[in-house]
Design a protein around this ligand. Structure first.
Ligand SMILES: Nc1ncnc2c1ncn2[C@@H]1O[C@H](COP(=O)(O)OP(=O)(O)OP(=O)(O)O)[C@@H](O)[C@H]1O
Ligand SMILES: [Mg+2]
Length: 396
């Protein structure tokens, strides 16, 4: 087929040609928006799932919907490095308030709130506060959002945003991606702040996304987290949605899959969104079309596997140091996860201390997670077979 017309979108956060199987989540979010606008209490959403299941794409879609509903929005990926959360939230709120102050009716209130934000940022001694674009004449407002207690200060700040938005029948929607990168303290502060904002019925929504351990981290941070968030767990798509993700983009361009060809793709991809895009894309590029056959899929399979091995999997495996990779090898050669911690230690050679240190580092790098207490698994689907294909077992 014509490669220039290839509709599929393998990548990170790249909008798929067909956003399959997300009707319920989108409807839930629309309800959340409508309720937030009326300042009626509703649980926010916490989206979790393994790598490549479509968390970022869904968060982006929510961002777009919120924007269409005239909400003020901001999307932020929490970096794994040491920037403080106060600095990150300063940036987020500053962007929102500057957008608000560009509207004539909101200008005065937004400028006042910028003063509160400035006090908030001064607590962190944010290095480049002076360099930030504050618009002229913004003075800090002492006594607001500057107590030094992040949860209280964040709540003050979110309430400021909410008050400005509410006066003009709109709201604020903030989207945080890779939230597992927050420290336990920061996550706890965020949850406590949202709790207070909820109690005050403010039109401020925070939708968070991250790896599967998040609900547990959130619950550990604050026991009422589950009453504050609706947990949305993304994984492999149901068969019907996976078929739509593959078939619809092609059929819109006049190409079709034979049933056994489609079946083979759903099987080999495990119906994971990222893998589906990669399969669709490779079949499109190599097959003459316009009808895709099982043979096309088999031929493309070699290329898909090579592309995943050299790209998707290799990039992640190389994020680990050689010693960290040794632990991943010990895991992978046990078979499919989740792995019992005691078994991993044993397979690694029994050195508990080294194992713990390496696990912590892999957790920080987002390569493994703890599905349950004393268990470990890879965050990347189909990662164990990749490791087994490319790295020999530790015990030879
Ligand atoms: N609902 C969907 N239907 C079809 N394809 C999808 C869907 N959601 C995501 N995809 C595709 O899956 C791939 C991965 O999406 P995305 O980057 O959002 O995943 P992620 O969960 O954020 O992964 P990571 O944890 O690595 O950040 C992209 O190529 C995207 O186009
Ligand atoms: Mg993502």
């Amino acid at each position: 087929m014509n490669r220039f017309q290839n509709p599929y979108a393998p990548g990170a956060g790249t909008r798929p040609p067909e956003l399959a199987g997300r009707r319920h989540e989108i409807e839930d979010f629309e309800v959340l928006l409508a309720k937030a606008r009326r300042a009626a209490p509703e649980r926010s959403m916490l989206i979790t799932g393994l790598r490549g299941v479509g968390k970022t794409v869904l968060l982006n879609e929510f961002d777009r919907l919120a924007g269409d509903s005239d909400f003020f929005t901001n999307f932020r990926e929490i970096p794994p490095d040491a920037t403080t959360f106060r600095t990150t939230t300063t940036e987020i709120c500053r962007k929102v308030l500057l957008a608000m102050s560009r509207r004539e009716q909101l200008k005065a209130a937004a400028q006042a709130a910028l003063g509160v934000l400035k006090s908030f940022s001064l607590v962190a001694r944010v290095k480049d506060v002076a360099g930030m674009e504050w618009s002229v004449g913004i003075e800090p407002v002492p006594g607001k959002a500057d107590s030094g207690d992040l949860s209280e200060d964040l709540a003050d700040l979110f309430i400021e945003l909410g008050v400005v938005a509410r006066a003009h029948q709109t709201g604020v929607a903030l989207f945080l991606d890779e939230v597992q990168n927050l420290s336990a303290e920061d996550l706890s502060a965020l949850i406590m702040a949202l709790h207070r904002v909820n109690q005050k019925s403010m039109p401020v929504i925070v939708v968070a996304a991250g790896l599967p351990q998040l609900p547990r981290l959130a619950a550990e941070a604050q026991s009422y987290a589950e009453r504050l968030f609706r947990f949305v767990r993304l994984g492999a798509l149901p068969a019907e949605a996976a078929a739509e993700a593959i078939e619809l983009p092609a059929s819109r361009l006049g190409a079709d899959y034979e049933p056994d060809a489609l079946e083979a793709i759903l099987d080999a991809s495990g119906r994971y969104p990222y893998f589906l895009q990669e399969w669709g894309s490779k079949v499109w590029d190599i097959a003459p079309g316009p009808d895709f056959t099982l043979e096309d899929v088999q031929v493309a399979g070699v290329e898909v596997e090579a592309a995943l091995d050299q790209g998707f999997f290799a990039v992640r495996a190389e994020r680990a140091t050689e010693t960290e990779r040794k632990l991943m090898r010990a895991m992978a050669w046990l078979g499919e996860g989740p792995y019992r911690w005691a078994q991993v230690v044993d397979a690694f050679g029994g050195d508990l201390k080294t194992c713990s240190v390496l696990t912590d580092r892999l957790l920080k790098k987002g390569l493994v997670y703890r599905p349950r207490h004393a268990e470990l698994d890879f965050t990347v689907p189909h990662f164990a077979p990749f490791i087994r294909r490319h790295y020999p077992t530790l015990r030879r």
